[in-house]
Write a protein that binds this ligand. Sequence first.
Ligand SMILES: [Zn+2]
Ligand SMILES: [Zn+2]
Length: 307
Amino acid sequence: MAAQQPEIGPLLEGLAGDEAASAAAKLREMAESSPERITGAPVVAALLTALAKPAAAADAAAALRAVAESSPEAALAVLAAPGALSAIISALGGADGAKPPVDGAPAALAAAARAAGREQARRVADAAGAVPALVRLIDREAPGAQDALNALVEAGAAIEVAAALGELLEPATAPAARRARALLLSQPLALPEVAVDALAICAANTAKLRVRVAALEALLAAAAAEMANRPELCAACKKPGSDQDKLRPCAGCAGGPAGRILYHAGCQRGDWARHRTYCRAAAAVAAAAAPAAASAPAAAAAAGGSN
Ligand SMILES: [Zn+2]
Ligand SMILES: [Zn+2]
């Protein structure tokens, strides 16, 4: 060990004064080596304030990330600190993107939102400007932004994320986008229109691959959540399965995006005229949407995973 650990008190004073840069660098070092020393409301508050000081901001963000990653309680202390959300949103560039984003701020938010739990992540998603700021950073391929948005999606903010993604992009005109839109608005998915528009726009915008992937992930999460809330019923006769007559996913579309297009053994044939269009569109969208990510599971399903 080269140097002995510095005291916290003088570092906090330095952070508030002229020595913010070196104080932030030392706090970052401490947070990354022994995060248990960087606890308590005054330290968290000082680091959050330092996010607004250009010379100290990146180190403060890295320190906050290390603190958030150290324990759920520490992550909660970061996100629940007074003024934390506005300080973090500001460090992401602000709701309107007017400020330069702080390096490491998206990663710090991702770590905090994941570790602090669903309720806190939901609070972040509900804060005005957080989701648009992250979407803007995704568009710039800022490290950690995708991860932060995914954390918010996992906390149930898929619709908000999808809507923000949709607003970022140009209106969609491509046939693939129109198909995707029709598919998602039809039964049995019937997603909210705002989410559908976001997907349609993103599907058309093949250049912005990261944004598209983020939107698709958000919409898959939304679809899965929506479907999970419905009882498992046969898509044809609307009755539940039984031990003698189990429900199985449609083989053509592997049960659709949420795996909930199910049939009794004798029911699918009679429903095919109705389901055919949806089935083919669902299979085509699934294949086109995320070729790299989906190829492995899709191949497995095609090889008999959906029997
Ligand atoms: Zn049936
Ligand atoms: Zn099908």
